[in-house]
Design a protein around this ligand. Structure first.
Ligand code: PLP
Length: 607
């Protein structure tokens, strides 16, 4: 959540508060308050937005103040009408674009119906406590009223927020009522006198709230995980993605949809997948290791959870034709499978080189009735297949749904895929309760290609402070070898497949070819959720080499009688590098089975 500090007055004090890096600073241009701003604004860092606060002011005056003080936002704290807001929004007299924040005062109750007329004429709502003065009264309203918030417009929470409210804010953040809470607005509770802010108290407040456990790790309403995510797409694709964005949550919430999804996961995929206590592996590493057996799903991995979800989504949206991209062919097979199940046409784009390398999966897709179209341009691998799929979608916007195979792509894909895969952690919670008497393990661990099995394994634990998260990437021949896929170490911020995330690239922004012995981890980026988990330190990232992974895979065969996918073997290899306590409970996603990797194991170990 963002922070706004309002009621700034004195130059030195403004500079001191700005040094704490709040997101917004508020200046009140209302003469009847002791915090009335009447001097100059000192030079501020560019990322701090300057908000002018007005009460029943004339449009001309507001425009003049915006231009004079280079304000980034206007907050209307009086009885301004929707029409008034629309004038401010559309005037050409402003020298710069502004964000418009409309304030509503709340006391014992609030009639949310009045918001409707303001929906299209402001950018944010702000809820303040109704009091003698317009703002700065220093007491709080009942935040649980926001449980009934009917809108999806992001809002500022204001009114009497001080250090005493830190715990309450934490609780609020965990509640449904905070879903659209965009920022917290503080003022009088952090003052030595009206307009003079108490720097040490503000610092303490910011520290307590920016505590890593306090962050939001879910996607926000604009499609971002922290600074990562969004939808960076060609304009021609906008209607397709927007149709999905507007409908996906609504459709997923329909009881009928949930019933059908659950039923297919149970009867067709074979869920719940077991949570297996790996006794001999646990003895070897002197800790308690549980394996979440996604390898036992129909088609041999977690990918089917997502394709089942998306095919049901496509049907609800009235689509009759499915396209997908695939690299090694795993996602192509999972997509062809559900298309056969539902009787929909299926076109899978695959690089020409990959088609030659992955003959068994190409054969599977064909047997399942899919058309495999070779991508002939560029390096003729996954990236080119993705480009072809996007081109197809642009040309067939009405009847076609594009099934993306990991927690990547433009918003809403990462969130949608994550929600379909979240069944993994949902099941872990109940299963672990049976095994250990508690829902939360000490660690959840998963390998990361794009990050869908990991996102599903972490989802219900993201905000559980006592659960540590470990993300395992492929180091290939070694992180510094030039032959690697360890994005968290080697990646920089960039845009790939429609979202902003961490990405392996050269100095001038060319995507670097990744390398890993496992086809599923051989991806130059990670999904935006994982970029955020990495950046904030919520997850610990480890990079595992080909060699360590292969040996850990073989070890699982010998100790537990399970042949894992090479992707999953990367996660298993962390026990060689990290020591856990004997009573730690470590839950690991065994994302897939090793049948598809037999040839690789045979060649590697000369079996
Ligand atoms: C595709 C695949 C992965 C990697 O994909 P994510 O989206 O990162 O989960 C991991 N394991 C297996 C078995 C796979 O098939």
């Amino acid at each position: 959540m963002k922070l706004k500090v309002c009621g700034m007055k004195y130059q030195d004090n403004i500079a001191q508060v700005a040094a704490l890096q709040p997101d917004y600073l508020g200046f009140i241009f209302y003469k009847k308050t002791p915090r009335h701003f009447d001097t100059k604004i000192p030079e501020l860092p560019e990322n701090i937005k300057k908000v002018g606060v007005f009460v029943n002011e004339e449009v001309g005056t507001i425009i003049q103040k915006v231009n004079e003080f280079k304000l980034d936002a206007v907050q209307l704290h009086g009885e301004e009408s929707p029409y008034f807001c629309s004038i401010l929004q559309s005037t050409t007299l402003l020298s710069r674009p502004i964000e418009l924040i409309k304030v509503f005062s709340v006391l014992d109750g609030f009639n949310f119906e009045i918001l409707e007329a303001f929906e299209n004429v402001c950018d944010y709502f702000l809820f303040d406590t109704k009091g003698k003065l317009p703002g700065g009264n220093g007491y709080q309203f009942d935040w649980s009223l926001l449980n009934h918030y009917p809108s999806t417009k992001p809002f500022f929470l204001s009114g009497g927020i001080g250090l005493d409210q830190v715990d309450e804010i934490k609780q609020f953040k965990a509640s449904e009522a905070s879903k659209y809470c965009y920022a917290i607005d503080v003022n009088s509770k952090f003052e030595k006198e009206p307009g003079l802010k108490n720097i040490s108290a503000l610092k303490e407040f910011i520290n307590k709230l920016s505590d890593k456990k306090m962050q939001n790790y879910n996607v926000d309403d604009k499609g971002y995980y922290g600074e990562f995510g969004g939808a960076f797409i060609p304009e021609m694709l906008y209607p397709n993605v927007e149709e999905l964005r507007q409908n996906y949550l609504k459709i997923m919430a329909e009881p009928d949809f949930q019933k059908q999804f659950d039923q297919l996961l149970k009867d067709y995929v074979g869920r719940p997948s077991p949570l297996y206590f790996a006794k001999r592996l646990s003895e070897k590493y002197n800790t308690k290791i549980y394996l979440k057996r996604e390898d036992l799903n129909h088609t041999g991995a977690h990918k089917i959870n997502n394709t089942i979800g998306q095919i049901l989504m496509a049907k609800r949206l009235g689509k009759t034709r499915i396209i997908a991209e695939t690299g090694a062919g795993q996602h192509g097979v999972a997509t062809a499978t559900v298309c056969a199940l539902m009787g929909l046409e299926c076109i899978v784009y695959m690089g020409e080189i990959d088609i030659a390398r992955q003959a068994p999966n190409v054969a599977r897709m064909k047997m399942l009735g899919a058309t495999v179209v070779p991508a002939l341009s560029g390096s003729r691998t996954l990236k080119d297949a993705t480009n072809e799929a996007i081109r197809d979608w642009i040309n067939n916007p009405v009847n076609t749904h594009y099934i993306i195979g990991s927690a990547i792509g433009p918003h809403p894909y990462p969130d949608m895929v994550t929600r379909f895969q979240a069944v993994i952690s949902e099941e872990i919670k109940t299963q672990l309760k049976t095994h250990e008497g508690r829902e939360n393990p000490d660690y959840v661990v998963a390998c990361i290609g794009g990050g869908s099995n990991a996102a599903g394994t972490y989802y219900h634990y993201l905000h559980e402070e006592d659960v540590n998260i470990i993300a395992v990437e492929a180091a290939g021949l070694g992180v510094d070898s030039g032959e690697s896929a360890a994005t968290s170490v080697l990646g920089k911020e960039g845009i790939i497949h429609g979202c902003k995330t961490l990405l392996m690239q050269t100095k001038d922004g060319q995507i670097t070819e990744p390398y890993s012995i496992s086809a599923g981890l051989d991806y130059p980026g990670v999904g935006p959720m994982h970029a955020h988990l990495c950046k904030t330190g919520r997850a610990e990232f480890m990079a595992i080499t080909d060699d360590d992974a292969m040996k850990a895979g073989l070890e699982l065969c010998k100790l537990e009688g399970i042949i894992p996918a090479i992707e999953s073997s990367h996660a298993l290899a962390i026990f060689k590098h990290k020591t856990f306590k004997p009573d730690d409970v470590v839950v690991m996603s065994l994302s897939g089975r090793g049948d598809k990797d037999l040839q690789n194991y045979i060649e590697y170990f000369k079996i």
